[in-house]
Design a protein around this ligand. Structure first.
Ligand SMILES: [Zn+2]
Length: 327
């Protein structure tokens, strides 16, 4: 296990419980001892966390509060176990709420939203339960009983961490925030900025039933550009290594998105295609089968972008949406 300190912030590497591998959680020694993110709900992580704290002559009981970058299970899963023995405040964006304490109404709305969304995307009926399946598969790794103690939004300062402030970085998740310390230009960026992979901009059901969904890839791009305009020297990410060349990384990410968007535009130059047809042109049958939700997010995000730029049009035939380039 890797343990090290960057700018006085202690990295504690835990497990995501998925092929992604490790997740970086961080301990900040501010006026309050603050843990950022928790790892997935795994016995292994519970042991690793206690061992890591032990090496610093600390225990779970020394932690004063937990800050969340976003609601994904590898970042929040261990909360139930920690709070059960040591109930402390949990701080994060208000959009974490339904995921940390999912009630029946929210879960039903989530499944209904994806059933309709996938169906309109042209996904065959027998695969339209994929949204529910994806959600259900993640549940054992998540927490289920956590009330957010304090909501953090753009520009907010953080109690017990007076040097730090919140930068909202939605896109990868609708609950995503990052933590910025101006004096040494340090950003703890969760999954907004990752060195070795492009962050998936996940489609999420709107927080309120029947509102229009947000367009996460467009948000993600805007928030990458936002970060470039802030003096940032070092980025500590939710996965992988420290980022020191943020401008270059953002240029690469935006270029990659533009490339894929152009590719999709080319694919629908002559004929209308549904989302599912585009997915099958873009990805191998195996990837489509094994990672359906991820390829839907990826493709839907780029279609949002092309529609937003006025480069393609969308029509509805029956219940299915079809796309074609505007030349
Ligand atoms: Zn995530």
């Amino acid at each position: 296990m890797l343990n090290n300190t960057i700018h006085g912030v202690e990295l504690i590497e835990l497990d995501t419980g998925s092929p992604v591998g490790a997740i970086n959680t961080y301990l900040i020694f501010g006026e309050k001892l603050t843990l950022i993110d928790t790892g997935a709900n795994l016995q292994k992580n519970w042991v690793l966390l206690k061992e890591a704290l032990n090496k610093m002559q600390l225990t779970i009981y020394d932690i004063d509060q937990i800050l969340l970058t976003h609601h994904h299970v590898d970042h929040v899963g261990l909360l139930d176990r920690i709070l059960e023995v040591h109930p402390i405040p949990v701080l994060g964006h208000p959009n974490n709420r339904p995921w940390l304490l999912p009630d029946k109404q929210f879960v039903e709305w989530h499944h209904e939203f994806f059933q309709k969304f996938l169906s309109e995307f042209g996904i065959p009926a027998e695969l339209c339960g994929a949204g529910k399946q994806f959600f259900d598969n993640l549940q054992p790794l998540s927490c289920h009983h956590v009330e957010l103690s304090l909501e953090l939004n753009e520009g907010d300062t953080i109690p017990g961490l007076s040097d730090w402030k919140i930068i909202e970085t939605k896109g990868h998740a609708q609950s995503h925030i990052s933590f910025y310390r101006e004096k040494d230009q340090l950003l703890i960026a969760g999954d907004h900025i990752i060195n070795h992979i492009s962050s998936n901009a996940a489609i999420e059901p709107p927080m309120v039933r029947n509102l229009e969904r947000t367009k996460p890839l467009i948000q993600y791009m805007e928030n990458l550009k936002k970060c470039v305009n802030i003096p940032i020297d070092t980025v500590l990410s939710g996965h992988g290594s420290t980022v020191r060349n943020l401008k270059e990384l953002v240029t690469d990410r935006l270029y990659g998105i533009d490339e894929r968007a152009s590719h999709i535009k080319e694919m629908i130059k002559d004929n209308y295609k549904s989302g599912f047809e585009i997915i099958n042109d873009l990805f191998s049958p195996r990837t489509v089968k094994e990672q359906l939700m991820l390829v839907v997010y990826e493709t839907a995000g780029h279609l949002d972008l092309l529609l937003d730029r006025g480069e393609i049009e969308e029509i509805k035939k029956g219940d299915i949406r079809y796309y074609r380039s505007i030349s």
